[in-house]
Design a protein around this ligand. Structure first.
Ligand SMILES: [Zn+2]
Length: 237
C-alpha cells in the first residue's frame, strides 16, 4: 500500500501541475487580447492626432495661398490707380485697396495663430509618436513571449499527460476509481498531505488517533472531513 500511496501522490502532483498549466493556457490568449486592445487603442489615438495635424497643415497651406492671391490682387489694384481718369474712379479704387489690405491683414493674423497652433501640436504629436514606438516594442515583445509560452505549454501538457498515463498504469483500477471519485468531488485535488494533525486539503484537524495511524499505517486513509486521501508528510525531514 505504501507503493500505491506513493504512486497516488505522484499522480496527484502531475495532474495538479497539469491543471495549473491548463489554466495558464486559457488565460494567456485573454491576456494577449487585452494587450492588443490596449495597443490598438493607443495607436488609433495617435493616428487621430496625426490626421488632425495634417488637417492643420492643409489649412495653413490654404491660408498661404489665400494670402498670396490677396497680395496679387492688391498689387494689380494699385497698378490700376495709375490708369484712372476720374476722381470718382480713383476714390473707388482707394476704397477697394483698403478693403483688400484689411482682408490680407486678417489672413496674416489667421496664419500667425495657425503657426502657433501647429508648433504646439507638432511637438505633442512627435512625443506621442515616440511613445507609440516604445509601446509597439513592448507590445511585440510581450506578444512574442506569450506565443512562446503557449507553445511550451502544449509541450508541457503532453509531458504531463504521458507521465500521468504511465503512473495510472501502475495503480490498480479500484484505487484509481476511488482517486477519480474524490478528484471530481473535490475540484481536482484527491491526495493531500497532513502535518501536525491538520489536513492539507480542508485545513481541518484530524483526530489524534487517526493521525498516529497515518504515520505508520499501510492502508489508504481518507480525511474524515473532506474525504480526500491523506498521507503523513514529515516536514521536519
Ligand atoms: Zn480534509
Amino acid at each position: 500500500m505504501r507503493d500505491q500511496l506513493a504512486l497516488l501522490i505522484e499522480l496527484q502532483k502531475v495532474e495538479s501541475a497539469a491543471g495549473k498549466i491548463s489554466a495558464r493556457k486559457k488565460d494567456l490568449p485573454v491576456q494577449m487580447g487585452e494587450l492588443e486592445t490596449k495597443f490598438i487603442g493607443f495607436s488609433v489615438g495617435v493616428e487621430t492626432q496625426q490626421e488632425q495635424l495634417e488637417e492643420l497643415r492643409k489649412r495653413r497651406k490654404e491660408k498661404d495661398n489665400q494670402l498670396r492671391m490677396g497680395q496679387e490682387t492688391l498689387k494689380r489694384t494699385r497698378e490700376r490707380l495709375l490708369e484712372v481718369k476720374t476722381n470718382r474712379e480713383y476714390q473707388s479704387i482707394l476704397k477697394e485697396i483698403e478693403t483688400l489690405e484689411t482682408k490680407n491683414s486678417h489672413t496674416e493674423d489667421e496664419i500667425i495663430s495657425l503657426l502657433e497652433e501647429l508648433d504646439v501640436f507638432e511637438k505633442e504629436v512627435k512625443t506621442k509618436e515616440a511613445d507609440l514606438d516604445v509601446q509597439r516594442q513592448y507590445y511585440e515583445e510581450d506578444k512574442a513571449r506569450m506565443a512562446k509560452e503557449l507553445n511550451s505549454i502544449a509541450e508541457e501538457l503532453e509531458i504531463c499527460a504521458r507521465k500521468s498515463g504511465e503512473i495510472r498504469k501502475k495503480i490498480p483500477t479500484e484505487i484509481l476509481r476511488k482517486y477519480e471519485q474524490i478528484k471530481s468531488a473535490t475540484r481536482g485535488v484527491a491526495v493531500v498531505s497532513v502535518w501536525k494533525e491538520v489536513c492539507g486539503g480542508c485545513h481541518m484537524s484530524i483526530p489524534p488517533q487517526l493521525y498516529n495511524e497515518l504515520q505508520k499505517s499501510n492502508v489508504l486513509i481518507t480525511c474524515p472531513n473532506c474525504s480526500r486521501i491523506v498521507y503523513w508528510e514529515n516536514r521536519n525531514g
